[in-house]
Write a protein that binds this ligand. Sequence first.
Ligand SMILES: *Cc1c(COP(=O)(O)O)cnc(C)c1O
Length: 364
Amino acid sequence: MTTPSPRPEILTITAYVAGESELPGANRTIKLSSNEGAFGVPPSARAAIIQAAESAYRYPDGGAERLREAIGRRWGLNPDRIVCGAGSDDLLYQFCLAYGGPGRDIIMSAHGFAIFHIAGTYAGSRVIKVPERNLTADLDAMLAAVSPATRLVFLANPNNPTGSMVPADDVARFRAALPPEVLLVLDSAYAEYVTDPAYDAGIKLVDATDNTVMTRTFSKVFGLGGMRIGWCYAPPGVIDVLNRVRGTFNVSVPAQAAAIAALAEPGWVEKSRTHNTEYRPKLTAGIQAAGLKVWPSEGNFVLVDLETTENANAADAFLRTNGIIVRKVGGYGLPHCLRVTVGTAEEVGLAVDAFTEFMRQSRG
Ligand SMILES: *Cc1c(COP(=O)(O)O)cnc(C)c1O
């Protein structure tokens, strides 16, 4: 019997594995598996979502004009150079579908964000994963992988799940060395958490070139992962393409209202960033003191290196029995590691205690 079948490459895609939320049987679950902000939903965004219920029978503003203006004011950008999406993942898909496709290669780093590979393969592109150095994108090696077929290069900066960051000067040199017909996508989902002064989220490079885009999200520091809002800053030619192909009403009424309110929430980003700047090192030092390697991170998460897959699986199982969910990253080619989100002060303490007890028991 003949049944409908997709293009063959679709069945090579491994479905994205999201961080789990619940542990059956645990009376309290501590979710440190999806890099969500530590402080929940901004109060004004919560109020805006409830208020938006009134107008949920209306289609949203397809152009997200008020939201783009609010983003423009916040970051000092021309709203005409912004496009919003249903999460930044939505925009990553649009880039792949519009600029990728059969015969159009995509380059990413070996442990780069999973959606680059999924969306690129979906578009029909060959997605080339370039080996990293010290779990950091190796820009020279990525350049060496460029061929006349290359059309897109993705760089998450900082990268998830490694936490590694590439300095702005290196990214600028990389851009200059890439062929002009290659679109460089800088995914800056964790920009707000970076403390290294050598970093830039990409705005300067987007302004200085006509072939670089930057994506951002409301899912992390703004505490709105469940609402699905992201945006990109891009040259006029790319904006024109996105507006032709994106979902007409891609950002819902409550999502637009929530994002506008979150931007206006006084001190929200500062509070979150200050917390992360204090507790990322505490989480790192606590797990190191337990006897484990922790990779340096510029995000709101750290990558714990347990050296073997067996150890990582055992630690994950132990954490679960203590009600703590972290993220296994075998799908990223890092089966010996676990990714742990920087939660509240209490959650960080409980995670450190659990790793410490795991190590004590595994020595004993
Ligand atoms: C979390 C994350 C995103 C955000 O995705 P949304 O679709 O905006 O929720 C994008 N890129 C990376 C690298 C991420 O870790």
